[in-house]
Design a protein around this ligand. Structure first.
Ligand SMILES: *Cc1c(COP(=O)(O)O)cnc(C)c1O
Ligand SMILES: [Zn+2]
Length: 412
């Protein structure tokens, strides 16, 4: 049974039945799934949720699918790790990592959105699926489409990291590299969707796809014993995830699963080389001025963010803020997280850590705030961003080792 009422334009409120649609036909605003919350409240209780296996489908009444999920059954349910050692470095007493670097099947938060979109593609009985991607979505769509037995067409900017290219091709997808940045790729995909009977997860399946991001909020709240955090730091590309995390926390309150009084401040993070949402927040505006991306955080390199307008409104409304960081600070953030918590994240996670550090220094995140950092991708995917000295090579002799390490028995 489905609890979805239909689709609703976030801009003008026009309602649509459940169908393939990229945006509002009147105002081009983004469409959002709307639910029968009273009916959901009757069935979705804390003990019911606790009894279900760990995955995004624990909260399936709040996801826009009609039938049992067929694919992506192992997606979500990632660890919420207490991060005391990093917390001491940053000056936060109550710090947690939501670790989507180990999300399944492709080690990024994108598996959440793709799993929902491809189940929807199966319900719509589409012939093929596809996406415009900055890398992680390409990996995820290729993998989950393969598992669903659906052909896929995946479009990426031509200059992506090699690991993300191979990590897409391996699934037998049709991968097309486009001369241009993500925004050019996206425009091409909009034209393709107009002509072919395919479902592109972030174009005409976008209203369903985007809902998958809400599961981060559900999981964090459940893992905190049904509490919303005081602050969450979220890396932003198109701005969808941060908007949906906000929606997720609101829904939990509406369903009585968390307290009405707990309020989460949303903190958005981008790289300085692609910071259109940060720029809007700092100007006190919602109008996004598109930029030409130039950063090592390629997974976040969307110069004209589709949900930027909403993110730029929600962030200050929630009492949060937005901040960016340089490429050098991103690398510093990756190292700091790995060395303090043993978590290896990609460039987007480096952005989150570096921005969190700034927000504490600015006094926006307080020492006592229960703070969650959204670690959204795996470090093995962006090795190119790191410049590590090769390890020392020695002869296989104890004397050679002692020559290198000076024979000191106790490690300082
Ligand atoms: C896509 C992506 C994001 C941000 O997603 P949006 O919803 O487009 O803002 C964050 N982190 C990683 C690793 C991503 O791949
Ligand atoms: Zn509209």
């Amino acid at each position: 049974m489905s609890f979805v009422k239909g689709l609703k334009c976030r801009e003008c409120g026009r309602e649509y039945p459940v169908k393939l649609l990229a945006g509002c036909e009147d105002c081009f605003g983004p469409l959002e799934a709307d639910y029968h919350y009273e009916a959901i409240a009757k069935v979705l209780k804390r003990d019911v949720i606790a009894s279900r296996p760990k995955s995004i489908w624990k909260y399936r009444e709040l996801l826009p699918i009609e039938s049992e999920p067929q694919i992506g059954l192992g997606t979500g349910g990632t660890p919420l790790l207490r991060a005391d050692r990093l917390g001491r470095k940053l000056g936060i007493d109550n710090l947690y990592l939501k670790n989507d670097a180990v999300n399944c099947p492709t080690l990024s938060f994108k598996d959440r959105v793709t799993a929902v979109a491809i189940n929807k593609a199966l319900e719509f009985k589409l012939e093929a699926v596809g996406c415009a991607s900055t890398g992680n979505l390409a990996n995820s769509v290729a993998a989950i489409a393969a598992a669903a037995g659906l052909p896929s067409f995946i479009f990426i900017p031509h200059d992506l990291e090699k690991t993300k290219v191979i990590g897409t091709q391996i699934y037998g997808t049709r991968l097309i590299a486009v001369k241009g940045n993500y925004d050019a790729v996206n425009r091409l995909c909009i034209q393709i969707v107009d002509r072919y009977p395919w479902g592109f997860v972030n174009v005409n399946l976008r209203p369903f796809y985007a809902e998958g991001s809400k599961t981060i909020a559900y999981e964090v709240a459940e893992q905190l014993g049904w509490h919303a955090p005081d602050a969450i730091v979220v890396p932003m590309a198109g701005g969808a995830m941060i908007s949906k995390i906000h929606k997720g926390f609101k829904e939990l309150q509406r369903l009585g699963l968390t307290s009405e009084t707990e309020r989460t401040r949303l903190y958005g993070a981008q790289a300085a080389g692609c910071n259109p949402i940060i720029d809007a927040v700092k100007r006190g505006s919602r109008d996004i001025r598109p930029v030409k991306p130039n950063t090592i955080a390629k997974s976040l390199a969307i110069g004209n963010p589709a949900d930027g307008y909403f993110a730029a409104r929600l962030i200050p409304e929630s009492g949060g803020w937005a901040e960016d960081c340089t490429d050098q600070e991103i690398v510093g953030g990756i190292h700091l997280l790995a060395e303090t918590e043993g978590v290896f994240t990609e460039t987007a996670g480096g952005v989150t850590v570096a921005v969190a550090q700034k927000l504490v220094q600015q006094g926006r995140i307080k020492q006592t705030d229960l703070t969650v950092l959204a670690i959204t991708g795996n470090g093995l995917k962006t090795l190119d961003a790191l410049d590590m000295a090769p390890p020392q090579v020695i002869e296989p002799k104890l004397a050679a080792f002692e020559e290198v390490f000076g024979g000191a028995y106790h490690v300082a």
